[in-house]
Design a protein around this ligand. Structure first.
Ligand SMILES: Cc1cc2nc3c(=O)[nH]c(=O)nc-3n(C[C@H](O)[C@H](O)[C@H](O)COP(=O)(O)OP(=O)(O)OC[C@H]3O[C@@H](n4cnc5c(N)ncnc54)[C@H](O)[C@@H]3O)c2cc1C
Length: 430
């Protein structure tokens, strides 16, 4: 790679400061790259729904040096109760049975807690953060990438990486509209906070009828629960997440005669300050890079929350992408190697979302509701979820991480000059 602005191993602009962005920034910084992260939110967002770090991703966290902190944040979810329209419990499953989590090793923690740990770790290095800003346009001339920011700034980088999630701006600018890569899995979801007056603790509760599911989930003994109202629909309502009124109407219509606590959830949704609505979709792209621009995490290969593997793929992808960039001079060769290593892992994990997880959490038809009830009855009778769980566990761990220590030896001691000497040192937070 060409020399970067500060004479180190090259300059990299990363769009997005959630999981993939700070994880990638951490490794690139250690390898001696000059790293800038641009994030359109005013800060790294804390809190949020629980996510999982499993299998190979636990190895990445260990190499990142964050395993003790990540383990300390484990929320230890124990069970999910399934209820009928009258609130009668029809079955209970330990969460690890459904997800294939390896007890004592895999970790579940709030998304914001992991993002904050990763962010804090990069702040001790030389990574520059530009909050409240985003990329307006990109021009890749083959020897570098010119980036124009919403703030009006203009900078040149050796490489630009989109780690900006399911609706990635970098993907849209470089690869084109989202619709061509988005594979809709047939569901929409609303997620929002409401008071924990259902007595939930270390777990959740779920009520499903054909094509619609409601529920709530307590992180440990939290005073608030994360409530959800999910529904099946054949046509993905692209753009529906922009119009909140439309979301409310659509969800209220679908759940109009819902049992259990649905009327209360609908009311809470109407007043929620943190309502998040989206489709359940995967991103599947024929290539994750073009010249000097590449994508990582949900931007490149979102597997959807039905797989529960989005965070793990983002962490592993960031580790491999940084390692390959550190190992080769030509970024396009690094991108090819990154994709060769990651693609089989990504595809196997994406397939988990379409192998029945939907029918457990969100049965689409009466037959799927009955099938789910049979699974619950069999479990109550002492049968585990066996093959399904074991398969997921194998897939979570199927990638043996490459060892990029040579990159560390070559680049680890290289550091950019002091932050104030840097061009465009508009970082607001270090
Ligand atoms: C409701 C829900 C439940 C989930 N449950 C699980 C689970 O149980 N287990 C699991 O592993 N995963 C789960 N996931 C998925 C997981 O959250 C993602 O896969 C993971 O966060 C991907 O990380 P990322 O960094 O690639 O993208 P994201 O976390 O989406 O982060 C993208 C970042 O880019 C920023 N950004 C976006 N656009 C721009 C722009 N134009 N300019 C600058 N910055 C921008 C965003 O603000 C954000 O900070 C769930 C997701 C949802 C929505």
């Amino acid at each position: 790679m060409s020399k970067g602005k500060t004479g180190n191993r090259g300059s990299v602009l990363i769009s997005g400061a959630s999981i993939a962005g700070p994880a990638l920034a951490y490794w690139l910084d250690r390898y001696g790259f000059d790293v800038t992260v641009v994030e359109h939110a005013p800060s790294v967002r804390s809190g949020g729904y629980p996510i999982d770090v499993r299998g190979t991703a636990v190895d990445v966290i260990e190499r990142t040096g964050l395993l003790p902190q990540v383990e300390a944040a484990h929320i230890d979810t124990r069970e999910l109760k399934f209820v009928d329209a009258n609130g009668r419990v029809i079955g209970t499953l330990p969460v690890y049975e459904m997800t294939g989590n390896e007890i004592g090793r895999d970790v579940e923690l709030p998304r914001g807690a992991l993002a904050t740990l990763l962010y804090d770790q990069t702040r001790t290095g030389a990574v520059r953060y530009r909050f409240n800003d985003s990329i307006e346009s990109l021009e890749d001339d083959g020897s570098g990438v010119e980036a124009w920011f919403r703030s009006g700034a203009r900078e040149r980088y050796d490489v630009v990486i989109g780690a900006d999630g399911l609706h990635s701006r970098v993907r849209q600018l470089v690869f084109g509209p989202e619709e061509q890569f988005s594979h809709y899995l047939g569901f929409c979801f609303n997620i929002f906070s409401m008071p924990n007056d259902m007595g939930l603790s270390y777990g959740g509760i779920s009520y499903s009828e054909a094509g619609r599911s409601a529920g709530a989930f307590a992180v440990r003994d939290s005073k608030e629960v994360l409530a959800f109202l999910n529904f099946a629909t054949d046509e993905p309502p692209f753009g529906a997440n922009i119009d909140v009124e439309e979301q409310h109407k659509r969800t209220a219509t679908v759940f109009a005669d819902g049992g259990w606590e649905v009327p209360r959830l609908l009311e809470a949704m109407r007043h929620a300050k943190d309502l998040f609505f989206d489709t359940v979709s995967q991103i599947r792209m024929p290539a994750w890079s073009s010249q000097r621009v590449a994508l990582v995490g949900d931007a490149a290969f979102a597997p959807s929350f039905l797989s529960g593997q989005g965070t793990s793929l983002a962490l592993v992808g960031a580790y491999v992408l940084a390692g390959e960039l550190a190992s080769r001079d030509d970024p396009s060769e690094a991108f090819v190697a990154y994709e060769r290593i990651m693609r089989p892992f990504v595809e196997a994990n994406q397939a988990l979302a379409t192998k029945g997880n939907g029918s457990l959490f969100m049965p689409r038809t009466t037959q799927e509701v009955e099938a789910r009830n049979r699974i619950l009855a069999a479990f109550a009778a002492g049968e585990g979820l066996g093959a399904r769980k074991d398969h997921a566990r194998d897939v979570h761990s199927m990638l043996n991480l490459p060892d990029y220590r040579r990159g560390l030896e070559q680049g680890g001691s290289l550091r950019s000059s002091s932050p104030s000497d840097r061009p465009g040192s508009s970082n607001q937070d270090r």
